[in-house]
Design a protein around this ligand. Structure first.
Ligand code: NDP
Length: 342
């Protein structure tokens, strides 16, 4: 399939933390962008942020992404699609609160593209390493061959009683599986191919609409409250962590995933590397004095990371470069200072 070097791109959930940066990177590289949001109220800020791009950017309202035909009108004249809209939070009681929009939203965009997207050449879906990992008691490096089917199984068995992160992980695994199954089922009739990007935790400055720290998206809520509000104990700061990527590097990965022909048909993990929360607290202290305390027993050179990701495919196919913890942290601190939150 031909990669998309120019033309019009549809971005779903355009008002989200990650999607706003995807839209910006696309516009900055000369693409015309149509973003979908759920209501007129959500459209206002997005329009304001991108007003300087004039008629290169428009927002349309898709109230319910799970409705059959939801995207039909909006895929007709686009060359590529970036599907980011999906709930990310750990507050759902009923797992279907996450699973239905994740799975049906994904299926609806693919159905619309199949039926009406005559110019569409590439579809990129924002999945997650949540669809890859399984919780480990010994260190393990995951590859794109790994799937988090354990989360699906657990949520099937335990329903609302399953731990909330597991409900989210099940939603992302089911949604990504549904996407690849759709492609397999319709093989031979598609005018486009699929690329899936699987990021770990995403941190970075926010350009989406956030009135207060409490309204931050899930990953940035955790970052802000851990680094500045003491939401974790010293022991937790030095023992809890994950892998991460700066939101701007992830946005660039989304653009590269439509630009690079070889990305078609690929599941691609992107990750800057592992962290313990103490690493971000220590980095933030260089730029702002009042941060959470230090666990003096912590030594980054000696800590063990249970979950790592093999990012060689992203390096080969996308050639992506990652911002360091210090670079990302500096910009987050500046962002929060400018908002008057610290
Ligand atoms: P945000 O919460 O900032 O954005 C989520 C977007 O999805 C918003 O546009 C939101 O619209 C939309 N959305 C949420 N629920 C629904 C629903 N039920 N129906 C329609 N649209 C919905 O989160 P992020 O930007 O962090 O997440 C974007 C994508 O990235 C998601 O697919 C997420 O799974 C994935 N991801 C995020 C990571 C992270 O650390 N942030 C890590 C890995 C993957 P609205 O504002 O109207 O609710």
């Amino acid at each position: 399939m031909v990669a998309v070097q120019q033309g019009k791109v549809l971005v779903t959930g355009a008002n989200g933390f990650i999607a706003m940066w995807v839209v910006k990177h696309l516009l900055d590289q000369g693409y015309i962008v149509r973003g979908t949001v759920r209501s007129e109220g959500k459209a206002k800020h997005v329009r304001e942020v991108f007003s300087r791009y004039g008629d290169k950017f428009e927002v349309v309202i898709v109230e319910d992404i799970t409705k059959p035909g939801a995207f039909d009108e909006y895929v007709k004249d686009v060359d590529a699609i970036e599907h980011t809209a999906s709930p990310f939070h750990f507050k759902a009681n009923d797992p279907d609160e996450l699973i239905i929009p994740a799975v049906h939203g994904t299926t609806r965009i693919l159905e619309s593209a199949l039926a009406h997207g005559k110019n569409v050449k590439r579809i990129v879906i924002t999945s997650s390493t949540a669809a890859v990992l399984t919780v480990q008691s010994t260190p393990r490096t995951f590859t794109e061959a790994d799937w988090n089917d354990g989360a699906i199984q657990l949520v099937r068995e335990e329903g609302a009683k399953a731990p909330n992160p597991m409900k989210y992980r099940a939603s992302k695994t089911l949604a990504e599986r549904a996407a690849w199954e759709f492609v397999e089922k319709n093989k031979g009739t598609l005018g486009w191919d699929l690329a899936v990007v699987n990021p770990p935790y995403v941190f970075g400055p926010a350009i989406h609409e956030v009135g207060a720290p409490e309204a931050l998206n899930e990953s940035m809520y955790d970052w802000f409250h851990t680094v500045f509000k003491g939401s974790k104990t010293k022991e937790q700061l030095s023992s809890i962590g994950s892998c991460w990527i700066d939101v701007r590097d992830l946005a660039e990965a989304h653009v590269l995933a439509i630009k690079k022909q070889e990305a078609g048909g690929e599941r691609i993990m992107v990750s800057q590397g592992p962290y313990k929360w103490q690493d971000f607290v220590d980095a933030a202290r260089q730029f702002y004095p009042k941060v959470s305390p230090r666990d003096e027993t912590y030594d980054p050179a000696k800590t063990t990371h249970m979950i790592l990701y093999d990012t060689s495919k992203a390096a080969k196919l996308l050639g992506i470069k990652y911002r360091s913890i210090e670079e990302g942290t500096k910009d987050m601190v500046e962002d929060f200072k400018a908002r008057g939150w610290i």
